[in-house]
Design a binder for this molecule. Structure first.
Ligand code: HAM
Length: 419
């Protein structure tokens, strides 16, 4: 029968490299946990309407990239392309917005976008995200940005830039949008781009074609058209970032692929990844909760790409995880030795020493090969005759050196080495 491959565009993490994936996920979440964020586990599928309303119907993410299907009851569901809308839905549904604010949550898991797969861009990818809901305070903006920054830095990453800007709010953005549309109207653009300019003019600022870029040099920028509230909020956010000693550059041309952003918006851009350089991004989304039928509360958060952070670590040559899975591997020779080994391995595991043994009837040679491949640093060889003498042979698999250890001292000896 022919074998079946995974669907196109998915990424898989298997031993030994999967140890790095787990370590990166843990490192990216640690600063949020240290700042009091609580863990949220929300569904990976939601009503399609949630993303249409929350993320925006005209975004590529919703209009072109969602995995949407009807369930058995004929309801339209979609695999989550991002995490913010689902977390906000849960906050509203379970009344978390009625408790102490800000409500701070973190999450991690798979997200789905039917994009064209390439290095660092997958159809199922993984994020660690946080959302801080209900307080419009620039100190909170700085906290969120700093948490993302310290997650990446704790991995040892240095070759990245934090870019920030302000996308304004419902007071100043509509006027700016009109100005931008009027400006784009005067340019020599193809029909599709002119049409895009009407629906989502900000997106045109992100056009990568040189002839379009050339014409955009004098485009009006949101950052020059902020209302006084947004100017103040942005200045205060930057002052808090300075206080936290988080360095950043201003990128007034930043364009995010999701429609909900207001005020502070940011991206972490890595310089060693080629085209898919965004290792994380986020921002404030002050109209989202009301848009989803909740109270008119503000919010800010980010999503950090675990897959891209793993690639960035590789690009910077950082050894992240100990890919060794075992400390010691037992090689029992004979039935009585096997019974003894099973018991000792169980005892070592309970004590926290990573231990395994050769299963099946491999014979000494096969079992020693299994020990060598196991990633363990030591092998313990026990024969039935050793049992009678009350000893085992402890072999250092790196040097090949072997010593006899009395069976009744074996657990203590290994605990001393590994704990
Ligand atoms: P996003 O910028 O769309 O934001 O995604 C965040 C990160 O997820 C990106 O910076 C990137 O590292 C990773 N990512 C996105 N798409 C892919 C892909 N196809 N393959 C691999 N990695 C990918 C959000 O999703 C927002 N929900 C973040 C947020 C939370 N904003 C406010 N709160």
């Amino acid at each position: 029968m022919s074998a079946i491959d995974a669907p196109k565009g998915v990424v898989e993490y298997l031993p030994p490299e999967s140890a790095t994936f787990l370590a990166v996920r843990e490192a990216l979440a640690a600063p949020a946990i240290a700042a009091g964020y609580g863990y949220a586990e929300v569904p990976i599928f939601e009503h399609t309407e949630l993303f249409v309303r929350g993320v925006g119907e005209s975004t590529d993410v919703v209009s072109k990239e969602m995995y949407t299907f009807d369930d058995r009851g004929g309801r339209s569901l979609s695999l989550r392309p991002e995490g913010t809308a689902g977390v906000m839905r849960a906050v509203i549904q379970h009344g978390l917005d009625r408790g102490p604010l800000p409500m701070k949550l973190w999450y991690a898991g798979p997200f789905f976008r039917a994009e064209r797969p390439q290095h660092g861009r997958y159809r199922q990818f993984f994020q660690v995200g946080i959302e801080a809901i209900g307080v419009d305070d620039p100190a909170l903006d700085a906290e969120v940005v700093a948490i993302g920054d310290s997650g990446f830095r704790s991995l040892g990453l240095t070759d990245f830039t934090l870019e920030i800007t302000s996308l304004g709010d419902s007071t100043c953005r509509p006027g700016y949008r009109e100005k931008l549309i009027a400006f784009l109207d005067t340019l020599d653009l193809d029909a599709a781009t002119h049409a895009r300019a009407q629906v989502n003019p900000l997106r045109v600022l992100d056009d990568k074609r040189t002839d379009v870029r050339r014409q955009l040099v004098d485009a009006p920028l949101m950052i020059d058209h902020l209302c006084s509230d947004c100017v103040e909020h942005f200045a205060a956010t930057r002052a808090y970032l300075d206080a936290l000693r988080v360095s950043y550059t201003l990128n007034p041309r930043m364009v995010r692929g999701l429609d909900y952003y207001t005020k502070t918006t940011f991206e972490f851009v890595h310089h060693g990844l080629g085209a898919q350089s965004g290792i994380g991004g986020g921002g404030r989304y002050d109209g989202l909760m009301a848009e989803l039928g909740g109270q008119p509360l503000s919010g800010i958060g980010f999503g950090l790409g675990i897959d891209r952070a793993v690639l960035a670590c590789r690009a910077e040559g950082l050894p992240i995880a100990d890919e060794r899975r075992l400390d010691v591997f037992f090689v029992p020779l004979g039935d009585a030795a096997r019974l003894q080994s099973v018991a000792t391995v169980g005892e070592l595991r309970r004590a926290g020493v990573r231990a395994d043994l050769a299963y099946g009837s491999k014979g000494l040679k096969g079992a020693m090969r299994a020990a060598d491949r196991s990633s363990a640093l030591y092998a313990v060889v026990v024969g039935d005759r050793d049992l009678d003498a009350g000893v085992s042979q402890l072999k250092d698999l790196t040097t090949g050196e072997q010593i006899a250890v009395p069976l009744n001292q074996l657990v203590a000896t290994l605990k001393e080495k590994f704990l």
